[in-house]
Design a binder for this molecule. Sequence first.
Ligand SMILES: [Zn+2]
Ligand SMILES: [Zn+2]
Length: 130
Amino acid sequence: MSSTYYVLCVSHDPAILSTEHRTPGDAADTIKAGSALHPGCDLVIERVSGGPVEIGCPPADSRGSGPRCYHRDVRWVEVEWLRVLSLAYTSTDPKVVEAVRQSRFTCWPQERLHRLRGSLGIEDEARERR
Ligand SMILES: [Zn+2]
Ligand SMILES: [Zn+2]
């Protein structure tokens, strides 16, 4: 099954769709060139193949805002893993919360994941438990 790549703006809550692309390079270039629709916004790339499969964090210097991560290329993470991380952030188990805090997932702070809840398939109950 072929994939489609969507640039999502996570400066909005929840994240909103910006542009649609056929290749990951196209999506990354669009972010790098500066989106006219979302100047200064924090943008990520969603790979969809049947459903959301992966989310890519573009290099910090190619986005208008967002986490100051250090990678130079788009860093891809499976949606399944981000869903687990997002749930871990809101865990009621202090050991889980501490483990997440110490791991410092630079690309994926809690708020960024929360805004991606549509892609991650997480409902609003996560917010109520905070
Ligand atoms: Zn925006
Ligand atoms: Zn990153």
